[in-house]
Design a protein around this ligand. Sequence first.
Ligand code: NAD
Ligand code: MG
Length: 395
Amino acid sequence: MKGIAVLGSTGSIGQNTLDVVSRHPDRYEVVALTAQRQWRALAAQCLRFRPQLAVLSDPTHVPELRAALAASGLGTEVASGEESLLAAATLPRADFVMAAIVGAAGLAPTLAAARAGRRVLLANKEALVMSGRLLLEAVADSGAELLPIDSEHNAIFQCLPSARPGVVAAGVTRIWLTASGGPFLRRPLASLGAVTPDEACAHPRWVMGRKISVDSATLMNKGLELIEAELLFGLPPGGVEVVIHPESIVHSLVAYADGSTLAQLGNPDMRTPIAHALAWPERMESGVESLDMLRLGALHFEAPDRGRFPCLRLAEAAARSGGTAAAILNAANEVAVAAFLEGRLNFTAIAAVIERVLERQSSTPMHSLADVLAADGESRRRASELVAGFAGETA
Ligand code: NAD
Ligand code: MG
């Protein structure tokens, strides 16, 4: 029986994780659940999974959550704030920690779980992109396990003989990172400036949180994933190549020196990588149907258009720069995407904001978490100023 803490349990990945876990009550016990402020959803999850600890990082609705749980006679402790998030990530009974908070907010608890030597199921790619080798070193030092939940990275992991984070597998010549292309793959370029948040979030293949949905529409998601793949699998810049695959059936591929290329295929459903990482090195049922090859039909692959998707080009450049460049890129993107989702920035200005921040803020060597947080803070400040400037231009 493994105890699991689900950080970001009310989100898309969090809910899928609880769906998989609920299929295996003999194997997993939920010990902690966390959310930002969705107290009703968190209360419902607590009633069903009876964790030891529930955390709302925003304290506003803690009284309501406490009252709801007390009324049901549940012994779950309710807490709030950053410290409690760290407590959830390092609870003695949490053998496994699902890192499914979105954005930089997930860095500290993910790092804490890694330092505490747990099996870290990494959905929160931003945490790894920002902190790079620091997170991998924490994993190596503590003997933690880092298993990728991102469908592409989980696919790559499945196609490698014995992957360990940061160690290149012998004979691997290239990783092909597949991208659906998002909702705007074929949309006339001239109309992109006017797309709405709801259009950007209407992903053709996956149902996800709004931030990653916008990242999928700009292809910044693939850029972040390229950096994630280089880190996780120890490849040098250029070792990972993005390929558009609109069907989202092949979740990524690994090419070897002998001419073999291995791929992992499956229906686009995050419960597959979640179940894989939970059960690894075993396999277990996830609720996802396997493919019917007789009905699958054709699969297509094409090169990405970096003119249409400048965010991909910016992320590739940040990957080459190294140091704090990825943290700067990530922070500027978080600010720009939030502004777009709030109607304060045009879709095409997302890339423009990030590009200008990267032009003005040089990458510096990254020795400690303080370096990461300084670069992140500076980038957010610059990006916010630029967003305000763009809002002035469009008004
Ligand atoms: P989501 O927005 O649906 O859920 C985010 C969760 O984090 C929620 O529980 C929310 O309450 C919590 N949260 C948000 N901001 C927070 C903060 N500041 N402090 C504490 N908690 C906070 O997002 P999602 O789609 O589930 O994505 C989660 C992570 O997984 C992201 O990093 C994303 O890139 C990654 N991911 C998601 C998918 C997917 O299919 N959804 C696929 C691959 C990777
Ligand atoms: Mg992905």
